[in-house]
Design a protein around this ligand. Structure first.
Ligand SMILES: [Zn+2]
Length: 278
């Protein structure tokens, strides 16, 4: 719903994407993401699809600046060769992921898109009653000009963040005693779970894959690209972990399977006479 409000469209890439060997965009030792126990190089089950999305845009004939920006997203099942699955859906070999790819006509506009989508993500977590923390991150194998991780505070998480008590800045350097932003010395440790990752990519994929558009002077320019991932299975599990007690499971209203459940009492239950039946 939040993505529809910023004009996103659903698309679908193949689970087994075509290989882009000649371009060698990913470093040779990048994290291996494969099908269930399948090490075949011919079944490269990608976690994200920057290359496929850029390739799709490259196939659009005569793309004009008037048609931009374009937002494409999909929900798909992914597989990870997870060596230590645990906590149900928190860390599993099969998981549901949403990935979104945005295409703008300039880097400045791509930065605006990046901020808009990031704000939409924070609204999603707010609606799920999760404490979301956005931190600068390493682009890793996907690369790009900027990257951020989205974490939610969750006791079963695997990361510990130091949040400044004075300015709420998240300090990424754990050995630093003073806040990088305000120099304050008070921190609170928050155990978190990573649930999303965003990348401002610029022309990293569009130039080598020839994903171009015609600008207002009818000159071909590379699309400026950004990509966004959300771990849906993990968000579902984190929501339940955060809101539930030992006695009952509580769901955020936005994703609860049912808002109201009516359990009929037994007709001969002795205290039924005290109730007015509907
Ligand atoms: Zn601070």
């Amino acid at each position: 719903m939040k993505l529809s409000r910023i004009s996103c469209q659903v698309f679908r890439t193949n689970l087994v994407s075509k290989l882009f060997q000649p371009l060698t965009l990913a470093p040779p030792n990048s994290e291996k993401v494969v099908g269930p126990r399948d090490d075949s190089q011919l079944s490269k089950n990608q976690k994200t699809h920057e290359e496929s999305a850029a390739d799709l845009m490259a196939s659009v004939p005569q793309l004009s600046h008037n048609q931009l920006p374009i937002f494409l997203y999909q929900y798909s099942t992914k597989f990870r060769d997870e060596m230590r699955p645990r906590c149900g859906l928190i860390r599993s070999r099969e998981f549901l992921m949403k990935d979104l790819y945005a295409f703008d006509e300039s880097l400045d506009l791509a930065k605006q898109t990046y901020d808009r989508v990031s704000a939409a993500y924070l609204k999603i977590f707010n609606e799920l009653q999760l404490e979301a923390i956005r931190i600068e991150a390493d682009g890793g194998e996907i690369g790009g000009l900027a990257s951020h991780e989205f974490h939610v505070a969750c006791d079963v998480g695997e990361d510990t963040l130091l949040v400044c008590k004075t300015c709420s800045h998240v300090n990424v350097n754990p050995i630093s005693s003073a806040c990088e932003l305000c120099n304050g010395t008070g921190h609170r440790k928050v155990t978190t779970l990573e649930v999303g990752h965003t990348f401002l990519l610029g022309d990293r994929y569009s130039t080598p894959l020839s994903a171009v558009f015609a600008d207002s002077n009818n000159v071909q320019q590379p699309l400026s690209m950004s990509s966004y991932g959300l771990g849906l299975s993990r968000i579902l599990a984190a929501s339940v972990e955060c809101l539930s007690t030992d006695l009952c499971i509580s769901w955020p209203t936005a994703i609860a399977p049912y808002k109201i459940v009516i359990i009929p009492a037994k007709v001969r239950f002795p205290k039924m006479q005290n109730f007015n039946l509907l």
